[in-house]
Structures are given as C-alpha cells and as structure tokens.
Design a protein around this ligand. Structure first.
Ligand code: ADP
Ligand code: ASP
Ligand code: MG
Length: 414
C-alpha cells in the first residue's frame, strides 16, 4: 500500500464529465489498495473569470478580498469531486485549505506555506476515505483565507506530499508529461521520461508553466518523487527526480520562453562605484524582482575633470512591474546623471536548459548561430551552469523555440 497525492489541474476538471473521470481515476487507485489524497484546481478559466469580475468592480482590488473570492474556485471543484466519488459508492471527505491545516504567511495573493497540520486528513485516510483538498489556498495567523499565486495547486500537492510523507506525488494535467518544449508551440516537442529537479526548476522559472516553481523547489528540497502525466490517458508521464549520470549525456534537455518581462536601460551613466547599487537598491526597495542585469564596458569618452567614463546599464523586470520600474529610474537617472532612460516591453526571453551543458562545449555557440541564421538579434544574454537565456524581440519567440529545438535535435530521444 502506498500513500499517493494526486493533483488535477483546471483543464482536467473543466466540466462534470471530466470531474467524473477524475473521480473514477482516484477511486481506481484507492481500490488498488492505496491511500489517496486528491488536490484539485478550480475548473478551467474559473480563476481568470473571478479575477476579471473583481477588476470589473474595482481596478485595484484589496488582496484580502480578492483571496476570499479566488479561493471559491477550488472549493467548487472539491465539493463536485466529492459528490462524484460518492455517486461511485466511495467514502470521501473534502477539505478547504483551512480544514486541511495549510498555514501560510500573510502575503495575500502569493502566500507561502509555513506549515501543514494534516490531522484531519490523516484521520479520514485511516477511516478508509478518499480525501480531497482545495489547491492554491491556505489560511494565515488570523484565520483569513490566503492564496498561493497562479499555478499554486502544484505547490499544495507537493507540500502535502511532504507533510504526509507520501510515497508519490502525481501531477495530472492536459499533456502527457514534461516535453522538450511546450507542445502547443512546437509540434516536434517530445515527451521526456525523466528530468532532474534542477532542470525542471530552471524550465519552470524561465517560462514553462507546466509546473509551478515553488512546487519543484519543495520537491527538490524534500526529495519528493513527482510524476507529471495526462489526467485522462493511461500513458506513463515524466518523473522529476534526482540527477543521474545518464542525464549528463544530453547537453540540452529543453527549450522555453517567456514574454512576461520588460527591459529598462539607463544610457550613459557614470561608470563609478555605487551606481549599480543605487539603481538596483531603488528597484528592490519597491519590491521589484530583477532578473537579468547587464552593464556594458565603458565605451564613451571620458568626460569631466575627473575623467569619469560613461556606460549603459540594463536590467529586466516582470512586465507588471515595468511602469513602476521606469518611473523609479527616471528619478534615479536624474540623480546619478544618466543621459536617457529607455525601456522595451516588446521582448521575449528564450532559454535552453540542461545539466549536460556543464560538460559539453559549444552549446552557447550553436544557440547564437541558430538565432543568427534566423535573423534574430540578441539584446541581453545571461548564463548559469545549466542554462543560457537571451532577450529577443517578442515576435520571434516561437520561431526561436522551433529553430533551437531543431538545432539541438531535441525530437530525437537521448
Ligand atoms: P494545469 O491546468 O493542469 O495546471 P497548466 O496549464 O498549468 O496545466 O500546464 C500545462 C500546460 O503547460 C500544457 O498545456 C502546455 O501547453 C504547457 N507547457 C509549457 N511548457 C511545457 C513543457 N515543456 N512540457 C509540457 N507542457 C508545457
Ligand atoms: N486556480 C489557480 C490558477 O488558475 C491555481 C491552479 O490552478 O493551480 O492559477
Ligand atoms: Mg498549472
């Protein structure tokens, strides 16, 4: 007997027929002799619908009230799921985040789980019931509802797997697993049988929405075995697990892109100590997370009596924070003496990821040659041990994904 967490995403519970199918699947696992805890997302489109209703009434909704509203989506799903299980003759109990003991901090809209006290879940499992838990939600020290951020049901599932010492965490979704790139963008995308936590973490943080970032982080920190698979097919999906020596043979595991960032550039700022600290200090004080940072070598002629050189300084921020970042930089630019502040939100970040990059030469060169062949210009580049990212014009994002997928022969199983 194993203890299994099964998480079903919004598209997997988009209508009553699909909810029945999900209930049948959970009950089948239970009948194989397992303890089953099911985490459910809101029905497809529901969170967006609730969000747009809120914004229709109030363009700047209070985070606490927004959480009260958004959390209802998942509550509908667990209740319908429980009713479907019951109609199959199965004993079942559903729990909201509060009833499930999922305690978070106070950061409404992007709360972090602090601890889980799964007493009631354990009691119901011991009584032989299937347990359903609302994803994406918890409660803070005041007992107020909180939500975990978009895609947060993945995090609920992995966090429950940790708290309940589950043997396996299954993430059921609308594709057959993790692919070499988003199968909706590249028809040659291929399902990967296993991927390391580290690679999945990079893919998630660089744009692949198939797994939420924090869920992968948790899985990695606690060694939770995660199986990502299709909710309505029996095929084996992708295991997210520890890296093994096999994985290093492939230089690139996947390609991803994100159009959720914007670039801010300060032109001709004095190239002297403290300038970067000043710029980034202001941005971080406003709670804006900076991603890529690049400072050009001083290319301008020395100016002034002290002979200060000038340089350009660029960084990227989430697109939602772009207007604020531009506003802050206009102020900062005046203070530090930048010639001009320019920005661009018409960009995409395209990335390749793979643990094999550590010991394969020429990966960056092939990436840049491939993009150059397509006439795509790179405005920023950043690298880490296992990834290379480039900022390009937004309209080339999908073309770049397909070209890189071909260049690294990702359709061929490794
Ligand atoms: P759920 O509603 O089940 O949480 P999501 O919409 O959050 O599902 O994530 C699944 C989607 O992620 C897929 O439909 C697919 O378009 C997208 N996706 C992006 N990158 C990848 C990838 N590398 N592998 C698989 N799916 C991906
Ligand atoms: N319903 C939430 C969302 O749409 C959480 C989730 O689906 O994971 O983001
Ligand atoms: Mg999701």
């Amino acid at each position: 007997m194993a203890r299994i967490i099964q998480k079903y995403g919004g598209s997997s519970v988009a209508n009553l027929e699909l909810i029945k199918g999900v209930a049948r699947r959970a009950v089948a696992s239970k009948n194989e002799g397992h303890e089953v805890v099911v985490v459910l997302s809101a029905m497809r489109g529901e969170t967006d619908r609730l969000m747009s209703m809120a914004r229709g009434l109030n363009p700047d909704p209070m985070p606490r009230e927004l959480d009260n509203l958004l959390a209802t989506g998942e509550q509908v799903s667990i209740a319908l799921f429980a009713l479907a299980c019951q109609s199959l003759g199965e004993k079942v109990k559903s729990f909201t985040g509060l009833q499930a003991g999922i305690k978070t901090d106070d950061d409404h809209g992007r709360a972090r789980i602090i601890e889980i006290t799964p007493t009631r879940i354990k009691t119901e499992l011991a009584k032989g019931r299937v347990v359903a838990v609302a994803g994406f939600q918890g409660f803070n020290r005041l007992g107020d509802l909180t939500t975990l951020g978009r895609g947060g049901s993945d995090t609920t599932a992995v966090a429950l797997a940790v708290a309940l010492k589950a043997d396996l965490c299954e993430i059921y979704t609308d594709v057959e697993g993790i692919f070499t790139t988003d199968p909706r963008v590249c028809e040659k995308a291929r399902k990967i049988n296993k991927i390391s936590y580290e690679e999945m973490l990079e893919l998630a943080s660089l744009g692949s929405k198939v797994m939420e970032i924090r869920s992968v982080e948790l899985g990695m920190n606690y060694g939770i075995k995660i199986h990502v698979r299709h909710a309505h097919a029996q095929s084996q999906g992708t295991y997210i697990c520890e890296e093994d020596t096999d994985m290093e043979k492939t230089p690139v595991r996947g390609v991803t892109f994100s159009v959720n960032e914007a670039r801010v550039t300060l032109l001709k700022v004095p190239d002297q100590p403290g300038v970067a600290a000043k710029i980034l200090g202001l941005v971080s004080k406003a709670g804006i997370v900076v991603d890529m940072i690049i400072q050009n070598q001083s290319v301008y002629h020395p100016v002034g009596e002290a002979g200060t050189s000038l340089t350009d300084f660029s960084f990227t921020v989430p697109i939602l924070d772009y207007p604020k970042a531009m506003e802050l930089m206009k102020e900062a630019g005046r203070e530090i003496g930048a010639e001009k502040i320019v920005g661009d939100d018409n960009i995409a970040k395209i990335s390749i990821v793979g643990v094999g990059m550590r010991n394969h030469a020429g990966v960056a060169a092939l990436m840049f040659q491939t993009l150059a062949k397509e006439g795509i210009n790179l405005s920023l580049i950043s690298t880490s041990e296992i990834k290379i990212s480039c900022i390009i014009e937004k309209k080339y994002a999908e073309l770049a994904v397909r070209a890189l997928h071909d260049a690294f022969k990702l359709e061929i199983p490794s």
